[in-house]
Design a protein around this ligand. Structure first.
Ligand code: BG6
Length: 501
């Protein structure tokens, strides 16, 4: 692994699309401002819209004004805009790829990018097989190990279920070696998600407790207050399980649950994550799936101001698509046997909060006499705040001042905002520089993607064959359906309230 981002050209398919404008371009511009792009670098955008280089640069400047943390000044922008080029055409047209090839050679000459290529597919997933084939046919892919390098970056979703994920991976594998493929999961680019491994393995105090002996259960919550933001057509095909759980939340779970890797090498880490996916307890039929899952779809808010999911544009008025899910998951291995991992995520919830709660066991014996003291001692919780108010806190019991012995729950808190100066880097900043360095630890490997689908697919199938009878079953702006609370209550547990401290 090289520690410096290497000279390269980023060939960006879908260069006028939403992802480029909202995420990629702002991340590239931030990297430029921090001086973290390679010294020899350029972006070649490709899309259907007929634009000159100048028009593309103007469009990208507008995107930066809209989506960068601060609007660029002229000098900053002009220096960056010199890296930007554009080629228009249909992805089905082989002559587009001949033109791209020529443009790449020209850019290599001008920017000293040494023939290194990053192909970024920021397009609809349905275009992936075609693009991969066209790149191969135009002889733009160098499969040889070493330099000049060719790397492929793909956005989720990687398939719709296990079979389609295997088919897509096979199509990619016919053209690229697996270690040339960088599957983006932007959660892995978040500082707070990366901190999970640092917290576990840069401290001596947590890991001895990190097992079934001391941990009662784990909660992973990703609550969003936003709805589907105009993505009705996408969401109708995807639903909450494939949009959030198969990728982002199972990745978070694997970081919490994995065994210590042999090193911080990409494959050492990914080997241990894959073991977690392989250990996820499988389901024995539909009854089993329905017993450990709760699904929901939001209706309109109680004040009637926010429309329900079925009233969103491009959504079927009878849609059975879930916008909320809660799951109880077990990891069948030595460390975690019997410890439930509860996962919940949903749209239009009361608060936007993403966090992991490590809930420790109750004390084994209470010294303090009276029942009213002992029954109020809350078990310790370690709270990893992924977003917002990024940080970590530990809840523990303290003596409330006074003549009586009474125990209160207090918090030790660390927050990034007060401890570190400067804004947190955007997730795509880290992911883009890692791909330029050839460091793949924060990207999903083929086997883990397929194992995650192997776990999720039976849930999708059961839900499809058992349509929900009660949708919509939670109001926009609420804490989700009651079935999600029942799922924990059956084990004598409760979700940490959204947005609590
Ligand atoms: C995306 C999903 O991958 O992640 C969206 O498609 C979701 O539906 C988003 O809103 C959440 O990301 P973040 O970074 O805002 O938590």
């Amino acid at each position: 692994m090289s520690s410096q981002p290497e000279p390269c050209v980023l060939l960006l398919f879908g260069a006028t699309g939403d992802l480029t404008r909202r995420k990629l371009l702002p991340a590239l511009f931030q990297l430029h401002l921090r001086g973290q792009l390679p010294q020899h670098f350029a972006v070649l955008g490709a899309s259907r819209q007929p634009l000159s280089n100048e028009q593309f640069r103007t469009l990208m400047r507008q995107a930066c004004i809209a989506f960068c943390p601060a609007p660029p000044d002229d000098a900053q922008w002009n220096a960056f805009a010199e890296y930007l080029y554009y080629e228009a055409g249909h992805f089905s047209d082989p002559t587009l790829f001949q033109r791209l090839n020529m443009a790449l050679r020209d850019i290599d000459h001008r920017h000293h990018t040494r023939g290194n290529r990053l192909f970024y597919l920021a397009t609809l997933p349905s275009s992936y097989p075609l693009l991969v084939k066209q790149l191969r046919d135009a002889e733009m892919v160098n499969r040889a190990i070493g330099h000049p390098f060719t790397r492929l970056m793909v956005e989720k979703p990687f398939g719709r279920d296990l079979a389609s994920a295997i088919a897509l991976n096979d199509e990619i594998a016919a053209v690229f070696r697996e270690d040339q493929v960088y599957r983006i999961d932007h959660y892995l680019g978040k500082e707070t998600v990366q901190n999970i491994l640092v917290l576990r393995f840069a401290n001596a105090i947590f890991e001895p407790l990190w097992n079934r002996i001391h941990i009662d259960h784990v909660q992973i919550t990703a609550a969003e207050s936003l709805g589907i933001e105009g993505r009705g057509a996408y969401y109708e095909e995807t639903g909450v399980l494939s949009d959030m759980v198969q990728n982002h939340l199972l990745q978070v779970l694997s970081l919490v649950a994995m065994e210590p890797p042999l090193s911080f090498d990409a494959d050492a880490i990914r080997d241990k994550k894959t073991e977690v996916f392989k250990s996820l307890r499988r389901f024995y039929g539909a009854e089993d799936v329905l017993a450990v899952t709760a699904r929901g779809q939001y209706g309109q808010s109680l004040d009637g101001h926010v429309p329900g999911y079925r009233n969103e544009p491009l959504v079927d008025p009878q849609s059975p698509v879930p916008t909320f899910v809660a799951l109880k998951v077990f990891i069948d291995n030595w460390r975690w046997q019997g410890v439930p991992f509860y996962i919940r995520t949903g749209k239009r919830l009361a608060q936007a909060t993403t966090e992991v709660i490590i809930a420790f066991r109750q004390i084994p014996f209470c010294l303090f006499g009276q029942d009213q003291v002992c029954s109020r001692i809350a078990p310790n919780q370690l709270i990893l705040r992924i977003q917002p108010h990024e940080g970590v806190s530990l809840a523990f019991g303290v003596k409330a001042p006074g003549a009586e012995t009474s125990v209160d729950s207090a918090h030790m808190r660390f927050t990034y905002g007060t401890h570190f100066d400067g804004a947190m880097p955007l997730p795509y900043e880290r992911l883009l520089t890692d791909s330029m360095r050839g460091y793949a630890a924060l990207f999903a490997r083929r086997d883990s993607v397929e194992e995650a689908w192997r776990f999720i697919t039976p849930i999708l199938e059961t839900w499809a064959s058992h349509p929900p009878a009660d949708f919509p079953n939670y109001a926009a702006g609420s804490e989700g359906p009651t079935s999600a609370f029942d799922l924990l209550a059956r084990g004598g547990r409760a979700w940490r309230p959204l947005g609590e401290g």
